[in-house]
Design a binder for this molecule. Structure first.
Ligand code: AMP
Ligand code: ZN
Length: 459
């Protein structure tokens, strides 16, 4: 079945085929590891993961690369202000190198908890300084750069189609830029390729270069590393919606300048996650992370489920109530599939429809609706439903293999309460029965009375 994806470069849904049938090449802009990765960032990474899983579901072999930004991402988009890593180091009284390692480890742990497929490569910017310098030299050779007192800049007016991705022309940006931070820049949209270390202070992260001691600008790492691992024109590049306006147009400019390509054929963006209908930010104290879920006793996969209920190109409004509703739905799904027979031949019709949904620009709200329709379809054998749902879970990533046709194993202490309650029921001691039920609830188990006796499920 054909796959359609929305390509921001052409502003329409297009049929997607990998350039090379043997391997589909996908690059995702990864986290800046100066702080705990927030659930906003994870919405974008879950979208990339969904894309990769969908391509794999279609039988493609995907080479998936995600960078780790551990230098050069400044606090402001205008090539100004401090490096986020140095800010993190000052905040924590550690070195920038320690901070980068700490938050990379935390990111990978959280990514596992959310069932994100591990990228095949996770290149760090600081391990690829040479590649970045080489690319800047190439741009210099081709006349795309100029020097100012604080760095080497890319001259965006040298490209006819700069900013096409963002739908912005160099002149438009010029008019819009009321506050020009760097007077030496020729055009407001020009951006730093290499920044010189300040003469009065020593940076923790700095390197020798043909232009002097300094560090790379944020955008060059993605072009240098993605093309190193995936070639000069790879299939798909992903990121969050904010990157569509500055970071990605700048990547394309670098690639057009140095390599003569748009870097990737498809550019895709996840819409932002909002919290309580507004902006998510560290300063508002609502930039939640996966540890916050665990502290509240919420399964991180409930968040994964929540993201599937919205299309990746729509805003996703996060509230604790919506997360709890997602957790209930997921628990209900797990409870139902426990009772099913072991997987046998699947339901072809549902499988076709599911594939149709995800192949239509990753329409997960539709895919989730199809899952529930299948679950509630009494005309299908549960063994067939089990087989289909397992297939679907390769895309959904909810870990349903652990639940389908697997009886709940109740811990001994809960079983003891159930046994005691059976006695209480026999003697019609309802009060004691209720007390035992409450005890079980505290341990996360729900006891229900059915005509066949007590039924225990996870809360
Ligand atoms: P950063 O760690 O800032 O480099 O961002 C990592 C990724 O998260 C980028 O692709 C951003 O576009 C994305 N991102 C940042 N904030 C949000 C948000 N609130 N919702 C969705 N994606 C976001
Ligand atoms: Zn990037």
């Amino acid at each position: 079945m054909e796959i359609k994806l929305y390509n921001a470069l052409t502003r329409r849904k297009e049929i997607f085929e990998p350039a090379d049938q043997d391997v589909t090449k996908v690059y995702a802009c990864g986290p800046t590891v100066y702080n705990t990765v927030s659930i906003g960032n994870f919405r974008t990474f879950l979208f990339s993961d969904l894309l990769v899983r969908t391509l794999e579901y279609n039988g493609q072999s995907v080479r998936y690369v995600m960078n780790i930004t551990d230098v050069g991402h400044l606090v402001s988009d205008g090539d100004d202000g401090e490096d986020k890593l140095e800010v993190g180091a000052a905040r924590e009284g550690k070195t920038a190198w320690e901070v980068a390692q700490e938050y990379t480890d935390q990111f990978l742990l959280d990514a596992d908890r959310l069932h994100l497929r591990r990228p095949d490569e996770l290149p760090r910017a600081t391990d690829h300084i040479e590649e970045q310098i080489n690319m800047i030299q190439e741009l210099e050779k081709k006349g795309f750069t100029y020097a100012t007192s604080d760095g080497i800049y890319f001259d965006t007016s040298k490209l006819d189609n700069y900013g096409e991705l963002a739908g912005q022309k160099v002149e438009d940006k010029e008019e819009g830029a009321r506050v020009e931070v760097n007077k030496e820049k020729k055009n407001a949209s020009d951006f730093a390729l290499w920044k010189f270390s300040p003469s009065d202070e020593k940076r923790q992260m700095e390197w020798e270069s043909p232009w002097g001691i300094g560090f790379p600008g944020w955008h060059i790492e993605c072009t240098a590393m993605s093309t190193k691992y995936l070639g000069n024109l790879y299939d798909i590049h992903t990121g969050g919606m904010d990157l569509k306006m500055v970071h990605h147009p700048n990547e394309i400019a670098q690639s057009e300048g140095a390599l003569g390509t748009t870097e990737a054929r498809f550019w895709m963006h996840a819409e932002f996650l909002q919290v309580d209908g507004g902006k998510m930010s560290k300063s508002l104290g609502n930039a939640y992370n996966v540890d916050d879920f665990i502290e509240k006793g919420i399964d991180p996969l409930a968040f994964r489920y929540l993201t599937l209920t919205a299309h990746y190109r729509s805003h996703l409004n996060f509230t604790w109530a919506s997360l709890e509703a997602a957790q209930s739905a997921l628990k209900k799904l797990r409870m139902i599939v426990r009772e099913w027979d072991t997987p046998a031949i699947g339901c072809a019709d549902y499988e076709r429809r599911f594939e149709g949904a995800v192949n239509d620009d990753l329409d997960t709200p539709q895919a989730v609706a199809i899952v529930w329709e299948l679950v509630h379809d009494a005309t299908q054998q549960t063994s067939a439903k089990a087989q289909s749902l397992l297939k679907f879970d390769a895309v959904l990533g909810l870990g349903l293999l652990d639940y389908i046709a697997r009886q709940l194993i109740v811990p001994e202490e809960v079983q003891k309460l159930v046994d005691e309650r059976a006695v209480a029921r026999d003697t019609k001691d309802w009060e004691e029965g209720d007390r035992l039920r409450d005890e079980a609830k505290k341990l996360g188990y729900v006891i229900e009375d059915t005509p066949d006796g007590q039924r225990v499920t996870e809360e």
